[in-house]
Design a protein around this ligand. Structure first.
Ligand code: ZN
Length: 139
């Protein structure tokens, strides 16, 4: 998703840079904005509450899930040269994306959060993509 879906559900949203915003955190009583939101080049939305709320709590407070912070399909744009099966930079970017996704879900579970069905499916997708990448380079 783009950050718009999240931003539309937050209060006192202020842009403070390219693809960066400040807003009131929906997961705690927040009078002056303490939530920073950043959208990365691949469409991933990063959230940080300076009072310590977790990403899962923040998205759940506005009716979203962690899955909503990630693009459905990461878009990588490096053109391939003739005969090239993959572009190393894109592979590393895709692996980093799936790993970041996995870490976010694992952090939520370690904090005692129950994953939604969507979140569980996204975590399984991340694991299957990482495994598929391993199989591809093992050929
Ligand atoms: Zn908070």
């Amino acid at each position: 998703m783009s950050a718009d879906k999240l931003l539309a559900r937050l209060d006192k949203v202020k842009q403070n840079g390219t693809d960066r915003w400040l807003a009131c955190c929906p997961a705690h009583v927040d009078r002056s904005p303490s939530l920073t939101i950043k959208q990365t080049d691949d469409g991933t939305v990063l959230v940080k509450c300076w009072s310590g709320c977790g990403a899962a709590d923040i998205v759940q407070a506005v009716g979203l899930s962690l899955k909503d912070l990630f693009p459905d399909r990461p878009h990588f744009r490096t053109p391939m040269r003739p005969g090239e099966r993959w572009v190393p930079r894109d592979v590393i970017a895709a692996l980093a994306h799936e790993l970041l996704t996995s870490v976010m879900y694992c952090s939520a579970m370690a904090a005692g959060k129950q994953l939604t069905q969507d979140d569980s499916e996204r975590l399984t997708l991340a694991a299957s993509r990482l495994y598929a990448a391993w199989l591809e380079v093992s050929k």
